[in-house]
Design a protein. Structure first.
Length: 279
């Protein structure tokens, strides 16, 4: 049985000017599968040779073979680039001559051309390769992780309370609580994370935040850079509203105050009722 959208070990049964024909397994030569010369990667094959070929349908809906390695196969979760969009769906590049179609109904969120997102690859009812952004049911239960491990994750959704759904290592179901991030996140973003909790439902709790000490040092550097590019003065101090602090520095007021306090102890800045200035 030929597995479309996957690698198949097939035997060369005929050689033609346009390429090699592989045994389709039906005993009928009309079902032999063409491996075009350009997809044979300059291999010099003989009748009887066995090849490990990826099988898919070409632009004319014919079953065809290639020795090229695609970026994804059926059953994979893959981070792929959107190359075009039509009224009925989008197309993503998976490394071969034909792009994979994402039907409109399989787009859980809007896709932008030239951006990368996480997709699940499947075969549609007609046997064509297709992709969906509805990936959650295809994510696995976590294994081999421990609290404090560093990893990466891809944003694939948002909960109504503002928490972010991420695919940890593009394989496992993870969540960033709404109070664990301050920068704007979008579908398809890949972010560095630290594991901070395991939930009974199989999700991994993760955070993009660094350790408290690392965060304070980083914010202190940001504040100093801001002052240096604003003639040594800013209207922000420890009395500034949390909203104004977040809009400019994308941190909580508590973190901002801690950073200011550390800079004052280092005798690098001073505050007054008007704001903060470099010493």
């Amino acid at each position: 049985m030929i597995q479309i959208g996957d690698f198949n070990k097939l035997q060369v049964v005929r050689i033609a000017e346009i390429g090699y024909y592989l045994d389709g397994g039906t005993g009928n030569t009309s079902d032999d599968i063409l491996l075009p010369n350009k997809s044979a990667l300059n291999a010099e094959l003989n009748i009887g040779d066995q090849v490990d070929a990826f099988i898919y349908r070409d632009s004319k809906d014919r079953i065809i073979a290639t020795l090229k390695k695609p970026l994804a196969k059926v059953g994979d979760l893959a981070y792929l680039k959107v190359v075009s969009t039509t009224k009925i769906g989008s197309f993503v590049n998976f490394g071969l001559e034909r792009d994979i179609f994402v039907p409109f109904r399989e787009k859980v969120y809007a896709l932008q051309n030239d951006k990368y997102y996480l997709f699940y690859i499947y075969l549609d009812k007609t046997g064509r390769l297709a992709a969906t952004t509805d990936i959650e049911k295809h994510l696995q239960n976590p294994k081999g992780f421990k609290i404090g491990d560093h990893t990466t994750g891809t944003v694939y959704g948002f909960q109504t309370n503002g928490s972010v759904k991420v695919a940890v290592n593009n394989l496992y179901k993870g969540v960033i609580l709404h109070n664990e991030y301050f920068n704007e996140l979008k579908h398809g973003d890949v972010i560095e994370l630290t594991i901070n909790k395991f939930y009974e439902d199989g999700r991994i709790g993760v955070t993009p935040r660094k350790s408290s000490r690392e965060e304070v040092v980083s914010l202190q550097d940001t504040i100093l850079d801001y002052l240096k590019t604003h003639d040594g003065f800013m209207t922000f101090n420890d009395k500034t509203s949390p909203e104004n602090i977040y809009n400019t520095f994308h941190v909580s007021k508590n973190h901002f105050k801690n950073a200011l306090g550390g800079l004052m102890k280092k005798n690098l800045i001073e505050q007054n009722s008007e704001g903060t200035k470099l010493k």
